[in-house]
Design a protein around this ligand. Structure first.
Ligand SMILES: [Cu+2]
Length: 625
């Protein structure tokens, strides 16, 4: 098939780079990201053929926020080259990080501060053991930084060798502020020497004292092959159909998801995430990275390995990306897809007849893993046989760290995780954009919750409770937060499509017990990550509104949902986009060190009257008794 959402091929990227370079001869042009400019929704819905258009973001010799280029492959031309303003710049790319690391390692004041801590830094070899992590500088700029300049803050760690875990040995108290526009170090901040934690934090196999030998093998085989079919990034499985792609900011995307030929979602993906730190320590107090848009999460996708990252009969999708210098990198096995047994789908034991009817549940798993600095994020879409759709985020990798002494340690904001090592409290706040197309639309949004019935004539004991539903008709009324004590959830309804009971079909969003963004509304964090203030937002579908914090967030101050919703548009019955924020507040524990066991969060989308009865009655029985 000719899939309009299929990710760019290596050949398409190569052609696009060459068309771009011919039209825009700037020797300093470097790329931050490449991606398919997704075709217009109306064109897709009316089956109008659309051109393959490549979108590049990057920086060049113009001292502004960089460029956003659109290359039309069908016509072989650079369709447009937009300049980005200083207050909302192109994402950080490898070129930026390379410059920041070199400038830091060459700066005399920074080297002197490292040497003052007794850390060798007087040769290239010694410097190779120093790991530099550049962090986005937006939100809290040092006074030395000229307005609008692109900047990062570099923090550093010491490694014993190339494979060591540098986070065991943070060079505490030292930050190098790099101006990427002027290509110079503008300030070295040294808040004092803190001794290095004494122990290494190695978690590689070679450094473990022993390996368990009492785990017997688990082999997952499907002798007749998997139950899905794949054609050009388009998948069919158990009545579901969808396309899958990787977006440079949103990561793993599902397109045109339908079930039994009934549309459910036009597009479902992460839109943005922010990781604010709560610690007063000036090594962390400013941290609130917008990992998706500032660092191009989708460009940081892992190549997955069979038997390690994924187990079973796996189908892999590769994705291709532009490198900073215009070459092509193909990430093999970037998206993993397989079926998983998921326990029982339903069961009943009938005591009269002493018979049992039971059916097995299984789910289709579509997943990718992204590594952003010290953290690794896995995004897992699960499709179930009963119509349930789940997003599970798996958080792992290495926590942020502080070297501490009993005098400097602040346990309420930075629990101890190892000797001399503490880890600041922080949040991971994810905002998913769910573009609904339930039974082809129009769609309306309702809030449902359970309320106790007041004591009265009909409820003398005060034992009754009821389900209460409220239509959310505009953007202001749809800014909502969770209330687990009321079982609050949100329902997307198609008022024009009715089930066998004559009731409108629906899907509900079942949220996790999730904290809001813990930053004051007027703080830089509260402004830049305002999407985190509510678990629910809703907007009428509008071309170009994809970004919960704004399309370009490097050095920006705000954008996205607060701006989209400022006119309080009508959402009562139309093309509905739901934005769901789900978060974890992470209070690190010793068990999170030296590498963090996976922590989970996410949400479920569950059919409510979308079917007329349990849609899994036709599952085969696997009992042969
Ligand atoms: Cu965390």
């Amino acid at each position: 098939m000719n899939n309009p959402f299929a990710p760019l091929t290596a050949l398409e990227i190569t052609s696009a780079v060459s068309i771009f370079r011919q039209a825009h001869a700037d020797e300093q042009a470097v790329f931050c990201s490449s991606g398919l400019s997704e075709p217009n929704k109306d064109a897709v819905n009316s089956n109008t053929p659309t051109a393959r258009i490549v979108k590049f973001l990057g920086t060049d010799s113009t001292p502004d926020g960089g460029f956003e280029a659109y290359v039309n492959l069908d016509e072989g031309k650079l369709e447009s080259l937009l300049r980005l303003p200083l207050e909302a710049q192109a994402p950080y790319g490898y070129a930026d990080l390379g410059v920041a690391i070199q400038l830091t390692k060459n700066h005399p004041e920074w080297l002197a501060a490292v040497a003052a801590r007794g850390i060798a830094c007087d040769s290239d070899e010694a410097l190779e053991h120093i790991q530099i992590d550049p962090w986005p500088a937006g939100g809290y700029m040092v006074p030395e930084l000229p307005a609008g300049h692109r900047a990062v803050r570099c923090i550093a760690f010491v490694r014993e060798d190339k494979t060591d875990n540098g986070y065991a040995r943070p060079i505490h108290g030292l930050i190098c502020h790099v101006d990427l526009t002027a290509k110079q170090v503008i300030a070295v901040e040294d808040s004092g020497v803190v001794p290095m934690p004494p122990n290494p934090g190695r978690f590689d196999k070679a450094h473990q004292k022993s390996t368990r030998r009492d785990l017997q093998a688990i082999e997952i085989t499907q002798p007749d092959g998997p139950s899905f079919e794949v054609d050009d990034y388009h998948v069919k499985w158990q009545g579901y159909e969808f396309s899958v792609s990787i977006h440079p900011v949103h990561g793993l995307v599902l397109h045109q998801l339908s079930l039994r030929e009934r549309p459910i979602l036009y597009r479902a993906a992460l839109s943005e995430m922010i990781v604010p730190y709560g610690d007063a320590d000036n090594m962390h107090s400013w941290k609130h990275v917008l990992d998706a848009s500032e660092y191009n999460m989708g460009m940081l996708i892992n190549s997955l390995k069979l038997g390690c990252d994924c187990l079973g009969e796996i189908f892999y999708f590769d994705v291709s990306q532009v490198t900073w210098d215009g070459k092509v990198k193909t990430v093999e096995n970037a998206i993993c897809m397989h079926e998983e047994d998921y326990g029982i789908q339903w069961k009943h034991y009938d005591s009269e007849s002493q018979t049992s009817e039971v059916r097995r549940s299984r789910r289709l798993v579509i997943s990718s893993i992204f590594t952003i600095g010290n953290y690794d994020y896995g995004f897992y879409w699960y499709l179930y046989l009963d119509g349930t759709i789940q997003m599970e985020i798996k958080l792992t990798g290495i926590v942020g760290v502080s070297a501490v002494t009993p005098e400097t340690h602040n346990p309420a904001q930075s629990p101890m995780i190892a000797q001399g090592l503490a880890s600041p409290v922080h949040q991971h706040v994810f905002c998913f954009r769910l573009d609904w197309d339930l039974d082809g639309g129009p769609n309306a949004l309702y809030e449902n919750q359970i309320e106790m019935v007041p004591i009265g004539e009909n409820n003398p004991e005060g034992t009754q409770f009821q389900s209460v539903s409220r239509h959310l008709t505009d953007e202001a009324s749809a800014k909502r937060n969770i209330a687990p004590e009321k079982s609050r959830h949100w329902k997307v309804v198609n008022p024009d499509s009715h089930n066998a009971l004559g009731l409108p079909v629906a899907y509900k969003l079942l949220p996790a017990a999730s904290p809001p963004l813990l930053a004051a509304e007027n703080s830089a964090v509260g402004q830049r990550g305002a999407f985190g203030k509510h678990q629910l937002w809703a907007t009428p579908y509008t071309e170009g509104e994809f970004s919960a914090a704004g399309a370009h967030t490097v050095m920006h101050s705000s954008g996205g949902l607060p701006e989209y919703t400022r006119h309080n548009r009508d959402i009562s019955n139309g093309d509905l986009v739901m934005w769901h924020t789900v978060a974890l507040t992470h209070v690190p524990r010793p068990e999170d060190w030296p590498v963090m066991p996976v922590e989970y969060t996410g949400f479920h989308l569950i059919p409510v009257g979308f079917f007329d009865e349990n849609p899994t009655l036709d599952l085969p029985s696997q009992c042969h008794t």
